[in-house]
Design a protein around this ligand. Sequence first.
Ligand code: BJW
Length: 235
Amino acid sequence: MNVQIVVLTGAGISAESGVPTFRGPDGLWEGHHLEDVATPEAFAADRLLVQRFYDARRATLARVGPNAAHRALAELEQVLGDDLLLITQNIDDLHEQGGSQRVHHMHGELRAAWCRACDQRFGWSGALADEPPCPGCGVRALRPDVVWFGEMPYGMDEIHQALFDCDLFVSIGTSGVVYPAAGFVDYAAAGGADTLELNLERAANSDFRLSRQGPATELVPAWVAEVTARLGSVG
Ligand code: BJW
């Protein structure tokens, strides 16, 4: 039996690893709302502030590790192979650290830099606030390779196709306020998929057929165990 599953994750899946969510009580950066720093306009107006925001978050990655929810999704990938598409809005690399091999980072990655002069992308682990030269062209024009408000998330054609084709869409740890990800549930349902949310509280876009509330480290391993048991019993 082939079941095609699309999983979307948000900041809530990394919360129990110690990565703060955006819209919780810790969701501020030196008094600035995320919306004030995560835009191309903010970058143009105060490049140093925005680079420092991402440098601080990139540095945090060295101190955090994957949790049981990340690891459970990696186990699901082992079982489903290409029948699972894991999309994350997160720019951390905790899914990869947890063992997932194929992760679609629709909002980019903290450990990547993008040169606005030569349009090349590079793996990046250091700071950007001191304006290092681009390894490709030498121009000091690197920015974090992340998707800000008003920019197009990565791989939308592939995502829309997978949502339309899948049997089940599962949303984990996202508040459902940022589009286009917040609209995925409607897109998947329009294609005939069942829909499930696993979140600490009901998301803003709570058009899911099924909704379970609780911490990701409990809900996700339990759900993955259900899916793998069901697949095993069908043969
Ligand atoms: C737990 C938990 C635990 C906690 N266990 N759960 C008006 C109407 C509609 C749309 C727009 C509009 N005006 C502008 C727009 C478009 C705009 C948008 O959506 N704005 C809204 C604010 C209204 N979107 C865009 O501009 C996007 N681009 C775009 O639309 O292009 C055009 C297009 C058209 C057609 C098709 C396709 C494209 C780009 C959006 C880019 C967002 N970028 C950011 C920053 C990325 C870099 C960075 O990380 O700094 O992405 S913003 C930020 O929000 C980040 C996140 O990925 C994203 C979502 O946040 P998330 O993950 O949901 O986190 P939280 O904190 O909000 O929620 C955490 C959840 O976890 C909560 O529910 C908790 O309960 C839960 N939780 N602990 C389980 N232990």
